[in-house]
Ligand binder design. Structure first.
Ligand code: SAM
Length: 246
């Protein structure tokens, strides 16, 4: 059987007892980066065979994994942080395994995910939301931000420290997120609030809230370091909305 195990997104205490127990009893742990996973395993005294599986792994590695599963070995897959398969390796491996072993038990061990963690403190409606992963680096980047401007629901995306300031500028320019959204009764308009979560669960965890301009102003006062999740409030404006009312 194959376990897909979520691991912490920063704070190593954020791992479930079930994840620890399954990792401890796995024959093989497949890790995106064995050095990263070794830090987690050694904290919990887990000493199992660690093998790397990442986005550039060759077909040969996948075949090897399938042969271990055919032998009845218990395998666990983890990524560097959070839930495997969510902007991390895992999906392709599962597809390939199911071609050979359609009845294999693939068991999720749920846990942290950066997008959901950010959403949980946003205060924005999250009964429906759209998760867009990372913006493309070059081709399609402008379209990515334009599309956000058209989405009615709360939107979540990931961005790296190298491009976070650029992304917020593009969100304003192409996504028109700071432009006033008029409610149906035409009474007043407000910009869509955003929230930027930096270094969730870690020492320098910071939550920035406001309009794009307000968040940029706060970020520009700091050294832009760490990992980021951006959350944009849905388009429906109500009396509780913050942000600039016009
Ligand atoms: N599989 C992971 C998950 O479940 O969240 C996502 C992996 S993706 C390669 C890494 C991106 O997730 C980072 O660039 C950042 O945008 C976001 N991220 C991961 N950990 C984070 C954290 N502690 N704080 C803020 N963002 C984080």
């Amino acid at each position: 059987m194959l376990y897909i195990i979520a691991t912490p997104i920063g704070n190593l205490d954020d791992i479930s007892p079930r994840a620890i127990s399954v990792l401890s009893s796995s024959d093989i742990i497949l890790a995106e980066d064995t050095r990263v996973t070794r830090v987690l395993l050694s904290k919990y005294g887990i000493d199992r065979l660690l093998i790397s599986y990442h986005q550039h792994s060759k077909v040969q590695k996948i075949n090897e994994i399938i042969s271990w599963l055919k032998e009845g070995k218990v395998l666990s897959l983890v990524s560097d942080a959070g839930t495997p398969g969510i902007n991390d390796p895992g999906n392709f491996l599962i597809q390939e395994i199911l071609k050979e072993l359609p009845d294999l038990k693939i068991i999720p061990i749920p846990g942290p995910n950066a997008a959901i963690t950010a959403l949980s403190v946003s205060g924005f409606p999250a009964d429906k939301f759209v998760f867009l992963g990372f913006p493309p680096h070059k081709k399609g980047r402008q379209t990515f931000f334009k599309k956000i401007g058209d989405i009615e629901e709360t939107v979540v995306f990931y961005e790296s420290k190298r491009r976070i300031l650029k992304a917020l500028g593009e969100l304003k320019e192409f996504g028109k997120v700071d432009d006033p959204v008029k409610p149906p009764d035409g009474s007043h308009g407000a910009s869509r609030s955003i929230m930027v979560a930096r270094e969730l669960t870690k020492q320098f965890e910071t939550i920035y809230r406001g309009t794009v301009d307000e968040v940029l102003e706060q970020l520009n006062k700091t050294k832009v370091l760490g990992e980021f999740v951006v959350v944009i409030k849905n388009k429906k404006i109500n009396k509780y909305d913050t942000g600039t009312t016009r």
